[in-house]
Write a protein that binds this ligand. Structure first.
Ligand code: ADP
Ligand code: ZN
Length: 717
């Protein structure tokens, strides 16, 4: 059986995702592999499918009992014999499992690392007597001190290669940073490992940040359209999780609080109820989530500012593992940032404090961003992505810009008059002519004092932020940051350069690029309740039986026979045989009653469908530029034709350099490359402005972007 046949037969999927296929091929060739894929990317399949194809046993090392149980349930429902051994089982149960192992009746065995290398563990000898074909190490970042959840017991896994020298090992994680990656490779002793890094983009998640005002009402407005959906709401403190959960209950929501201070049995019960859709909303501290595999979490809300982007991205990543459109919303207040700043200071450890503050700063920058949030997030994880993703609040909103040269001049001259020694708040008060005693008497005598009285305080704050983002102002890195001018300021002050800013009111929010399918809602509810009954009967959470995505497909394409049902994603042979009829009957009934017939012919393989729906998606817009460029059009002409800035087009093209589909020399003359490369190597590629500054007028932003993309592709940065 080929991998693709096994994918359909055992898992009911028609195509591989990301690099699954190549990864699987490497394992079948008995090579060691490290896989970095975002949460929900489909890591498990990378070892589960080889486990089915290989003769012998696959051992899976996993840190959490809840996770093991979930995976084993899911495998068994698909007809793949799997089991776990952990401390929650009786001796009798463990004996039964060893018997099945001896008889080669189990394909996958899940274990916690301490089991394997425990002091009096005889397990290792037993396992060595079995035909072990593959070892998978899940959540491999737990081996690294750099990661966010280091587990000392993972260090023992270094011994695996000694105990099983000829067995291929696949390590998997959703943590992508370089230090962690290096640590994993070194500490696991992998042999010539091939490293696969998937894009960390989660295209089905829409990112939004809104200014926090009356947070409970804002939350209710958000939840209003999502009454039936499952979601996680993160709060900073234990107390606020409890009070918010209580308030939501009062409003009629099925909500429960979850935090580390609760009794273990309460936590277990709440988690279980959430998995089974009995509780719809979990209001939690960040203690909740690791090991939650629930695929139909439709939204993640942050009521308070997260401490860093890493945590935020991981938490939002818990939404939409099933690939359906999902939302991440964050309520931001600058006050939260100030509060967190105090927490970020680590006593007697200035280095650590600085790192934490920097991370917090990045988080704040993300919240105050006036650009594509997805691009910002991915760039944070060292990944290039074109601007304008089509599914974040910035890209979904049409902004109008206006000539703000005069405003910029006022702001810059205020900063200059104040001798570049004051922070944003003071500058705004000064501009607005505040009578407060905080404003020094001598400043009140200056001509610039009060020249911006016609603009509100929040508006001024936003303008200053935008001017900073555009490089006309800079904020120092100190504990008490002050505003300073930049080399770009002078041209504006002299009236040589115009400045455009975004007008405050937003015009229109477009629909997200990935739209939900038009499905029969009443039928979907019926299918949900059937799934619920089956799940109860099998004693597993509903999403293990079938994902929400599968139910939606059925309610959309109305399959009328088992053969048609097979084309619905998620129906492998076993599921089709076990549950097919139970779903088919109500679909046929519903169709007959409503005069509907099968639409299964409209169902095209997932990949194609996605490409069609997102005509304004980022990859598509980049592609359009690329196609025009390949057709021989100069960049300036493409920009005019598409109504975009030439730098945007250059950004699009750089993406193709990064992907290796275009030579860097197509955009940059060969002799110019070494100079740019040199500067990027010494300054880093985080900010292009300083690089441009050093290189001077003979080098364009487009050329710099192209070389950066090329260097990224080569792994030089
Ligand atoms: P991860 O471990 O990377 O967070 P999972 O392995 O839990 O992600 O996979 C997320 C979801 O995607 C699961 O419901 C899984 O069954 C599904 N999935 C994995 N691979 C595919 C595929 N090739 N086609 C469709 N669905 C897939
Ligand atoms: Zn965007």
């Amino acid at each position: 059986m080929t991998p693709i046949q096994a994918l359909q037969k055992y898992f009911g999927y028609s195509a591989f995702r990301h690099q699954q296929e190549t990864i699987i091929q490497h394992i079948l060739d008995k090579k060691d592999v490290l896989t970095l894929m975002p949460t929900g990317g489909g890591k498990s399949l990378c070892y589960q499918l080889p486990a089915v194809l290989l003769d012998g046993l696959t051992i899976v090392i996993s840190p959490l009992i809840a996770l093991m149980k979930d995976q084993v349930d899911a495998l068994n429902v698909n007809g793949i014999p799997a089991a776990f051994i952990n401390s929650s089982q009786s001796t009798q149960e463990q004996i039964e499992i060893s018997t099945r192992l001896k008889n080669n009746q189990i394909k996958l065995l899940y274990l916690a690392p301490e089991r394997l290398f425990g002091k009096e563990s005889k397990l290792m000898d037993f396992l060595k007597s079995l035909p072990v074909a593959l070892i998978a190490i899940d959540e491999a970042h737990c081996i690294s001190h750099w990661g966010h959840d280091f587990r000392p017991e993972y260090l023992m896994l270094a011994g695996l290669k000694t105990e099983f020298p000829t067995v291929p090992v696949i390590a998997l994680t959703a943590t992508a940073d370089k230090l962690t990656k290096k640590d994993i490779l070194e500490k696991l002793n992998l042999k010539d490992p091939e490293v696969f890094i998937s894009s960390f983009n989660r295209e089905n998640i829409t990112y939004r940040v809104i200014p926090k005002r009356n947070s409970f009402n804002q939350l209710l407005t958000f939840l209003d359209e999502r009454k039936e959906d499952s979601g996680i709401i993160y709060c900073l403190s234990r107390k606020s999780t409890e009070s918010l959960a209580a308030d939501l209950k009062e409003e009629g929501f099925l909500a429960e609080a979850y935090h580390a201070g609760l009794q273990n049995d309460v936590k277990a019960r709440t988690q279980e109820a959430f998995l089974r859709d009995d509780v719809r909303i979990i209001v939690a501290t960040i203690a909740f989530g690791m090991g939650i595999n629930k695929s139909n979490v439709r939204y993640v809300v942050h009521m308070d500012l997260p401490k860093n982007i890493e945590g935020y991205y991981q938490e939002t990543g818990r939404a939409g593992r099933d690939g359906l459109p999902s939302d991440a919303m964050l309520l931001f207040s600058p006050g939260d940032a100030i509060k967190l700043k105090q927490f970020a200071m680590v006593e007697d450890n200035p280095d650590q404090s600085r790192i934490m503050l920097k991370k917090l700063d990045d988080m704040v920058n993300y919240c105050q961003l006036h650009a594509c949030r997805r691009q910002f997030l991915l760039k944070y994880f060292d990944e290039d992505f074109p601007a304008n993703c089509g599914s974040c609040d910035f890209c979904l909103t049409e902004f109008t810009k206006f000539d703000a040269t005069l405003i910029a001049q006022k702001a810059l001259s205020a900063v200059s008059r104040l001798k570049e020694r004051f922070g944003g708040a003071y500058v705004v008060d000064f501009l607005r002519g505040s009578r407060s005693e905080k404003i020094r008497e001598e400043h009140k005598q200056l001509k610039t004092y009060g020249i911006g009285a016609d603009i509100s305080k929040p508006e001024w704050q936003r303008y200053l932020r935008e001017l900073t983002a555009m490089g006309y102002l800079q904020v120092t890195d100190d504990m008490y940051p002050v505003l300073k001018l930049t080399p770009k300021s002078e041209a504006v002050l002299k009236g040589l350069e115009k400045v455009e800013l975004v007008a405050s009111q937003t015009i229109e929010e477009h629909q997200p690029a990935i739209e939900a399918l038009p499905f029969e809602a009443a039928l979907l509810n019926e299918l949900r309740s059937i799934r619920r009954d089956i799940a109860q009967h099998e004693n597993v959470p509903p999403y293990i039986i079938l994902s929400d995505a599968s139910l939606q497909e059925m309610a959309t394409y109305l399959p009328q026979s088992l053969d048609e049902l097979r084309l619905i994603s998620g129906f492998g042979d076993i599921k089709l045989a076990r549950y097919g009829r139970e779903f088919l009957l109500p679909i046929k009934d519903y169709s007959a009653k409503n005069g509907l017939s099968s639409k299964i012919k409209n169902k095209v393989p997932k990949r194609e469908r996605k490409a069609k729906t997102g005509s304004n998606r980022s990859s598509d817009t980049a592609k359009e530029s690329f196609t025009l460029y390949r057709a021989g059009k100069p960049i300036s002409e493409i920009a005019t034709q598409r109504g975009l800035a030439p730098t945007t087009i250059e950004g699009h093209l750089s993406f193709y350099i990064y992907k290796g589909e275009m030579e860097v020399t197509e955009l940059v003359k060969q002799e110019k490359i070494p100079a740019i490369k040199d500067i990027v190597e010494s300054y880093g590629a985080e900010k292009l402005a300083p690089i441009k500054e050093v290189l001077g007028d003979n080098y364009s932003y487009g050329e710099i972007k192209a070389v950066v993309a090329w260097m990224r592709k080569n792994g030089d940065i």
